[in-house]
Design a protein around this ligand. Sequence first.
Ligand SMILES: [Zn+2]
Length: 161
Amino acid sequence: MSPTEFESKYHTKVCPLTLYGMTSTLRELWKNQKPLSLPLNYKEQESFKTAFLKSKKPSRLAYQQLVEANCSYKISSQEKWSKVFPKARDLIWHDAYMTAIKCTKSAKLIEFHCRFLHQILATNVSLVKMGYKDDISCTFCRKEAENFTHLFWFCSKIELF
Ligand SMILES: [Zn+2]
C-alpha cells in the first residue's frame, strides 16, 4: 500500500518511512508464524488489526506481538547466547526483549538493545566476512579477533569501562 493509498483509505497523513516500517513489520509478523507459536485465530487477527489501526503507537504494538511470537520458540540468537553463556538457556527471553522498550523512549537505544540481543551489531569479524575490512583484530586491544563476545565481555580494554 502506497502512502497516497493509505491516506485516501484512512483519511490520515502518514510518513512514508513510518508506513514502510509498519507494513514490513506486519508482513514479518504474518510470514514468521512458526508452527510452535500459537497462530492467531481469526478473532485474534481482527482484534489485533483493530488495535493496530486505533493505536497511537502501532509499531510498539507490532513489536510486542513479535516479542510474544519469538518467545515461544528458540531463535538462532538465543542459541548463540546459550553457547557462550549456558545460563542463558534459563533466561526469560520475553523480559529480556521488553527491557529496553519499558525503560526508555529513545528509538536509538531500543534499536541498539534489539540488535544487541540478536547479536547483529557489526564487529570486525563480521565486517571482514562482508568484505568491508581486511583485519579481524579487535579495534581496542589488537590482541584477539573482534567478535561479539570479545567486544562486549572479554576485551581487556573494554573491561575498563
Ligand atoms: Zn579487544
